[in-house]
Design a protein around this ligand. Structure first.
Ligand code: KG4
Ligand code: ZN
Length: 332
């Protein structure tokens, strides 16, 4: 089996995956959300310290499987440098100690393989990647080459939810909290936020203007109530999803995808999922979504991506592995 480690941001996670059957033998994630919640976002130094504490505990839980491990995989790019270092150091040590090869995995490629956790990977396909760090539309060809068709020029989709949650004092991470509030809105027409870059020919995302429009609306309200919050969250979520869909519709008209996948922590957003479902139905495209449990960062997807590299004998010497906080995405 492959032992995989994910520690690119604020989750320490470890998975054991059987190489031949794709059976998940062990998976655990120690989230740092409650610790970062106090600060309204991820504090890198705190994240690093918590990974250093959590990772050895996770390794300790799988000691009984050490003899069955054929390779150690780890996220080495992109992410917070101090967080990546924790996982990579642990993976190097395990690879040396267990005398098995080391497999570096790109975190975003890991998210792509969350679509194929228990099945054979199949390309070509289009992918929408929406997380706390990224918003991208990708085209992946049959040889797994990746072309980025659109990305964001400022905040990411998930990050904009986190920032709106912070402005409303709702805690971190904000995605699911804002989405929950949105479902409770009783006055859906009260706020109208501008859909970013509407009518603009550029295939590009931008969420900072929308975030500022939300900030101005909040500033105008004295003693904000739960129902004000719900109405704001509804209008914000709608504008953010419409922005994603506006550009995506144009891409679909041009690309004629037969298969389209949505991945990343923010792909758990149900409003977005249902809009994507409609778009794919209209274009006769098959929509693939990761199981809700494995949309956000996890080591299962890293193990699954590493398994492809294992089968190709694509390893790296532990003296040569590098972390790469801002990597380029070119191959799945
Ligand atoms: O992929 P992920 O776990 O971490 C990164 O690689 O960034 O994504 C986390 C992001 C956070 O910004 C979180 O607020 C967002 O995903 N998120 C959501 C939802 N659930 C999580 N955003 C919108 N709606 C949701 N339901
Ligand atoms: Zn992620």
């Amino acid at each position: 089996m492959i032992l995989a480690i994910e520690s690119s941001c604020d989750d320490s996670s470890l998975a054991l995956l059987k190489i031949n059957t794709l059976e998940l033998v062990y998976h655990k994630k120690i989230s740092q959300e409650s610790e970062h919640n106090l600060f309204g976002g991820v504090v890198p130094e705190l994240a690093a310290r918590l990974h250093t504490k959590a990772l050895p505990n996770l390794v300790d839980e799988v000691k009984e499987y050490f003899n069955d491990i054929k390779a150690v995989a780890v996220t080495n790019e992109p992410g917070l440098s101090v967080s990546l270092i924790g996982g990579v150091s642990m993976a190097k040590t395990l690879s040396m100690g267990l005398k098995v090869p080391l497999i570096p995995v790109n975190h975003l490629v890991g998210h792509i393989y969350s679509l194929f956790l228990d099945s054979k990977a199949r390309f070509p396909m289009g992918v929408l990647l929406v997380s706390g760090g990224h918003t991208m539309v990708l085209e992946i060809d049959e040889d797994k080459n990746i072309e980025i068709l659109a990305s964001t020029s400022d905040d990411s989709f998930g990050e904009s939810f986190d920032k709106v949650a912070k402005m409303l004092g709702l805690g971190y991470p904000g995605g699911s909290i804002v989405a929950d509030y949105a479902t409770k809105s009783t006055n859906k027409n009260r706020f109208k936020f501008p859909i970013p870059l509407l009518g603009d020919k550029r295939l590009e995302y931008s969420f900072s203007g929308l975030k500022n429009a939300v900030r101005l609306a909040i500033q105008k309200i004295d003693n904000i109530s739960e129902s004000d919050i719900s109405d704001i969250c509804f209008a914000f979520e709608n504008a953010a999803c419409l922005h994603i869909m506006d550009k995506l519709k144009r891409i679909f008209d041009e690309k004629k995808f037969k298969v389209f996948g949505v991945v990343g922590g923010a792909s758990a957003n149900l409003n977005l999922r249902s809009r994507l479902n409609e778009l794919c139905q209209r274009h006769n495209a098959e929509l693939l979504m990761a199981p809700l449990e494995f949309c956000s960062d996890n080591a299962f997807m890293i193990a699954r991506a590493a398994r492809e590299k294992y089968l190709q004998g694509n390893f790296i010497d532990y003296n040569e592995i590098q972390i790469n906080p801002r990597s380029v995405l070119n191959k799945a």
